[in-house]
Design a binder for this molecule. Structure first.
Ligand SMILES: [Zn+2]
Length: 433
């Protein structure tokens, strides 16, 4: 099933032609309408007419989060504010947020992309979609909302939080599709169990989760706990919001909607492209956005390109692997690169722990230390096949052999690690204090 078969299954040579045409238009527009880009292009001596192939994209400079901060709030907009009908912002961990704007046509594009994404994950106009992404400046809530309306599904705009009510509504309103962050889905599953509501008492059959990295093991965990198929959706507010890429029902990679975005995967140190299959930083150029076009935006999200045609769905758009982390979430512990999602994957592969964990990084003398706090599952207490210390030792060994770092493992009581209603906090880095 497709939302827009012509676009989603377009032969690749046709797709590349369309991309080039749209890229040229975008480059010309930003050169004329956004002083930041004109300055940058002039500095390196590139003019819009120098872009004659998709490969020429590499002549253009990268755009970084810092560029957006420097042009706060509206200086990266390519249209006057009178043409902007919506403003979103992403919360910066430091200082001012990043501000993005949409024209009426941008909103229509976004809704179409989200409708495509929902259909790609198996949703249809028959579905009741409980949207537990936060509504507000964050793009998750409204992005999914208008996509689901565009699709013609019945949307419950519940936003995040008030979890018992989420469960009640899920049951009473006959929710079939849940959309939220994976960590919040996990919390909903826990509260559901506490309330004695079994998945089979609901009509829930599908979860579309995103806005934070999550592992394949977390998918299996959520699918088992909620009795659903779980799919990964990707997006970021700077680029448009959710709906940049979406996993199809093959659950093997996310299709990037390439008629609207050009994706590159680069080595974050050198800026050079990496080979397919190699992990690198995802870089995106928007080619249809009016209010806030982006040229070669460094997303800081780490992924790899999956080569070859999708064996599952017939979509021709390229696939990326699930996001393993963000370049700025990457912990460097005694010189070893570690992403929280890798730790999550190891923990869940061992069993007897819940996917509720916290990484505490500190420094003793000149040495980095890592403590992993993780909740023991209630299964552990009922099975009693081994002691707590033994389980700690197993986790410690597995972390060491898989990630190549030693860590202190501390098992904590169920339900003691802070739950999230949006994006989970997984790391406390005390080294900077
Ligand atoms: Zn596919």
């Amino acid at each position: 099933m497709y939302w827009n078969q012509k676009a989603e299954c377009m032969p690749r040579d046709e797709l590349r032609e369309l991309q080039l045409e749209r890229l040229k238009q975008t480059v010309s527009r930003v050169y004329h309408d956004v002083p930041h880009y004109r300055r940058q292009f002039q500095e390196i001596g590139v003019r819009p007419e120098d872009i004659n192939s998709l490969e020429d994209l590499r002549l253009l400079p990268f755009t970084t989060k810092q560029d957006l901060r420097d042009n706060y709030p509206y200086d990266m907009f390519a249209v006057p504010l009178s043409e902007v009908v919506r403003i979103h912002a992403s919360s910066g961990t430091t200082g001012k947020p990043t501000v993005v704007g949409y024209t009426r046509r941008d909103l229509a594009t976004w809704a179409e992309l989200m409708a495509r994404a929902l259909v790609c994950g198996g949703a249809s106009r028959q579905d009741v979609i409980q949207n537990a992404f936060g509504y507000g400046l964050f793009t998750g809530g409204l992005g999914i909302h208008y996509g689901a309306e565009c699709l013609g599904a019945s949307v419950i705009p519940i936003s995040g939080g008030n979890t018992k009510r989420q469960v009640m509504i899920m049951k009473d309103f006959g929710t079939t599709v849940l959309t939220c962050t994976p960590s919040y889905a996990l919390h909903i599953a826990e509260v559901m169990a506490e309330m004695g509501v079994k998945p089979e008492e609901t009509k829930l059959r599908c979860g579309i989760f995103g806005a934070e990295p999550w592992s394949e093991n977390m998918r299996r965990n959520l699918e088992a706990k909620l009795g659903i198929d779980a799919y990964d959706i990707y997006g970021l507010s700077e680029v448009i919001g959710p709906g940049v890429a979406m996993e199809c029902q093959g659950k093997h990679g996310l299709h990037i909607f390439e008629d609207h975005f050009i994706a590159e995967i680069i080595d974050p140190q050198t800026g050079e492209p990496v080979a397919p299959g190699e992990p690198g930083e995802l870089v995106i150029t928007t080619i249809t956005k009016e209010a806030f076009p982006l040229i070669r935006y460094r997303t800081r999200d780490v992924t790899a390109m999956i080569e070859g045609e999708c064996p599952n769905c017939g979509r021709t758009h390229m696939r990326i692997g699930r996001i393993t982390g963000r370049t700025d979430d990457m912990l460097i512990i005694r010189g070893v690169n570690v992403f929280p999602s890798q730790v999550e994957s190891v923990l869940l592969s061992i069993g007897y722990t819940e996917p509720q964990y916290l990484l505490i990084v500190d420094r003793e003398g000149n040495l980095d230390t890592l403590e992993i706090q993780v909740e023991v599952s209630s299964q552990f207490f009922s099975d009693k096949v081994r002691g707590l210390e033994e389980l700690e030792a197993v986790i410690r060994r597995e972390i060491e052999s898989t990630l190549g770092i030693s860590a202190k493992v501390r098992l904590v009581e169920p339900k003691t690690i802070q739950r999230s209603e949006g994006k989970a906090v997984r790391v406390v880095d005390r080294r900077q204090i």
